[in-house]
Design a protein around this ligand. Structure first.
Ligand code: NAD
Length: 349
């Protein structure tokens, strides 16, 4: 990906010879406020792949925060993992690098990072959230899962004309922090689950607790189910896989699910309703933003997560009326927010 084609404000690639930490911090936009976005730790094949991921993810954060009505821009950090667990010394260095940006970037958890890691990062920077101090905020995953659940409800109503999820079949790809919480909610609602994860322990836990049916990792997206919920990594719907999707709905937490915009158009042509990722998965950043802004009212978070459903509904209806891809409609709406006069900072209750 060409960084300049995407108009990123800043990208830093840094390496610390003492601890071995290698990370990228990408700031796509600070137009609406500090660039907020989680830190992902993953074993990338090379630095170029990590850079591409950081650029794509940070741009999605700009759209996500804009559409969620948050006074934040979009950014993301990416750590190039090796076979060893991350060390406290590495997390402290990450904190120093974030502090050196003087608040232009605010970090929280993403794939491969835990609340405890954010507490270590906090030793070196104040620009961190997802800490859960005084019982506020903390791990964003349950809030993300709640937003995805609300989004699935809306998508099912729109595409299948059903008001409840009882008896529906949902295939979940990825049973980590978000996928597990989503499985729990769907099971409680009476949905039948098919599940896959690279980690067999995650699968066993969900099979045992939620009576899910395990499916091979390579087959999970192509199940004949009502909903496919991608909750692992991005770019899983590409020009090959899109032709084999059988479910009428794709709605999950993974960031950047579509490899290109044209895949979104193809989904529409094939009658698959796609819930744009940066709309449906905003629950976590809503919680992280509330915590960072010093909010103390959980209903503020709940109301905004409920609003994910209304926004998705608007996107689905508009896309249908205009015969457009849902992703294109979401992007247009996000650009409209970004191009509007910048609102004053919201006071959080
Ligand atoms: P996680 O690391 O806890 O879980 C990801 C899971 O996906 C892991 O169990 C991993 O083994 C599995 N996985 C990876 N590749 C896979 C594959 N090809 N097939 C099957 N399983 C695979 O991450 P998470 O926090 O649950 O996040 C999941 C997705 O949701 C990510 O794309 C993340 O960026 C996105 N997201 C998360 C949050 C949040 O609050 N955690 C918020 C917004 C978006």
């Amino acid at each position: 990906m060409d960084a300049f084609a995407e108009d990123h404000e800043q990208m830093t690639v840094r390496q610390d010879s003492n601890t071995g930490l290698k990370a990228i911090i990408a700031i796509h936009s600070t137009r609406l406020g500090p660039a907020a976005g989680g830190c992902r730790r993953w074993r990338y094949p090379d630095t170029a792949s990590a850079v591409t991921d950081a650029l794509r993810l940070s741009k999605s954060m700009t759209y996500k925060n804009a559409l969620a009505g948050l006074p934040f821009g979009g950014g993301k950090s990416v750590i190039l993992a090796d076979a060893q667990p991350i060390t406290e010394a590495q997390l402290e260095v990450l904190g120093e690098w974030i502090e050196a940006l003087h608040g232009r970037y605010v970090v929280a958890e993403d794939v491969g990072m835990r609340v405890a890691d954010m507490h270590v990062v906090r030793r070196r920077t104040r620009y961190v959230s997802g800490l859960g101090l005084n019982g506020i905020g903390g791990d964003p995953s349950p809030k993300t899962a709640l937003g995805v659940y609300r989004g699935i409800e809306v998508a099912v109503r729109h595409r299948l004309g059903r008001n409840d999820l009882g008896g529906l079949t949902v295939a979940i790809q990825g049973l980590g922090n978000v996928g597990f919480q989503l499985a729990k909610r769907l099971h409680r609602a009476g949905a039948q689950l098919r599940v896959a994860d690279l980690n067999s322990k995650q699968v066993a836990r969900v099979v045992e607790q939620f009576k899910a049916t395990p499916v091979a990792v390579d087959d999970i997206l192509f199940q004949d189910v009502d909903v496919v919920a991608p909750c692992a990594l991005g770019a899983i719907v590409n020009k090959t896989s899109v032709e084999h999707i059988k479910a009428p709905i794709i709605a999950g937490s993974a960031n950047n699910q579509l490899s290109t915009a044209s895949v979104g158009v193809r989904l529409r042509e094939r009658g698959v309703l796609y819930a744009p990722d940066y709309v449906i998965n905003a629950g976590g950043v809503i919680s992280v933003a509330h915590e960072y802004l010093g909010g103390e009212d959980p209903s503020w978070v709940g109301q905004r997560i409920d609003a994910i459903g209304s926004l998705l509904s608007e996107i689905f209806v508009t896309a249908e009326r205009e015969k457009s891809a849902t992703q294109a409609i979401a992007e247009r709406m996000a650009e409209a927010v970004l191009n509007a006069p910048v609102p004053s900072l919201e006071i959080v209750a």
